[in-house]
Design a protein around this ligand. Sequence first.
Ligand code: F0G
Length: 448
Amino acid sequence: MVAYKSKVVERIQLPSRERRERALEQAGYNVFDLAAEDVFIDLLTDSGTGAMSDEQWAALLRGDEAYAGSRSFDELESAVGEVMGFSNVVPTHQGRGAENVLYGTLLEDGDVALNNTHFDTTRAHVANQGADPVDCPVARAHDLTVDGPFKGNFSLDRARSVVDDVGSERVPLVILTVTNNSAAGQPVSVENTRRVREFADEIDATFVIDACRFAENAAFVARREAEFADAEIGEIAREQLGYADALVMSGKKDGLVNAGGFVATDDEALFEKCKQRAILYEGFPTYGGMAGRDVAAMAVGLREAVEEAYVTDRIDQVRAFAAMLEDVGVPIYTPPGGHAVYLDAGATLPHLSPDEFPGQALVCALYREGGVRGVELGSFAFPGTDRPELVRLAVPRRTYHDEHLEHVAETAAAVLETRESIDGLEIASEPAVPELRHFTASLEPISS
Ligand code: F0G
């Protein structure tokens, strides 16, 4: 049941079909290059794109902009303590700032980091230290159609075989990403988290949880893990996060803010090291690259994220959106995750081979048809890897209503009707770094 009503609204409009065609062409068939005002329903990301509550806007005004010892920092510290159970916090400008601070402290050249699946900035920060990021998803994670309660889990078998190969002394870091964004936003069970803790102890590694979507994960645990059937979201979150030595957090997700992030830990020695690195890259440790008002809003957002009514509405909205798409026959990754619905572009456009970028062709078709912006996560974004051809439609928090999502389903249905005529794409120009090509490369239709 919906847990909020609108107090401020923002005008949006569907540009004419002609304008959409022109905008797409001018953007080089890359939706990252579209002007946001040319987009009607923007599902590019759930990161920093949500609506803040009236309480958060009020907190913004009360933000304390002191360089050192800001009251807003004290508020963040108590929110992180009460909601997540950690006593030391180092604020950063966003999640990747936290990754730089923590992974720059924990990793050295030649190390190996294990993760259920590295998100792309995580992978890049691990690699930036000269270390090797190795994914350990469970086998089901990349099966688009099999049902399963916790397809985001960390595979201990896979992790043990990596350790057998490289030796435990090369593996100082084990990361668990909840929910598993790169595996369609699938949740991780608390039981799996306990096993990962034991494994990290066995190999004497630091155990970090990437907690970006910790509240959504806790909501899935409440529904799917029998032991927690009667537990409150806040209790589950504290239990799960409590197994880690440290957290990296992007406040732009379950911090319910438009900017911000942090590292949290109870380990005093690690805290000291992170603070020193934060001063170098982020700012003094009581603001860390954030305005004091944003710190204050994030403190409120963290508490709101674990409210039962908020987070239930959140994952139910994504589930209802998935059902709308399935009802019109769109092949999707099942079950839907916590923040997005992932479309199976390979099954939608079977006449296109991976080198004709079916995912990107679908992204362009959705925009052309209905002004909807999603993001490709297939052979265009991950060149040279053997990934399914997915398109992510991420749902910003507390932003769109059922009518908006119905428009997306109607758009997808219209695209399905003309699917045989959808052309593949080829790269027209691309940047030097292949891992980042989907942000800035331009494409053109193959038949042009
Ligand atoms: N970790 C995970 C699991 C993420 O999903 C993200 C961001 C980050 C770290 C980095 O956080 O953006 O605040 O620097 N994910 C966004 C997305 C960008 O669209 O999924 P950030």
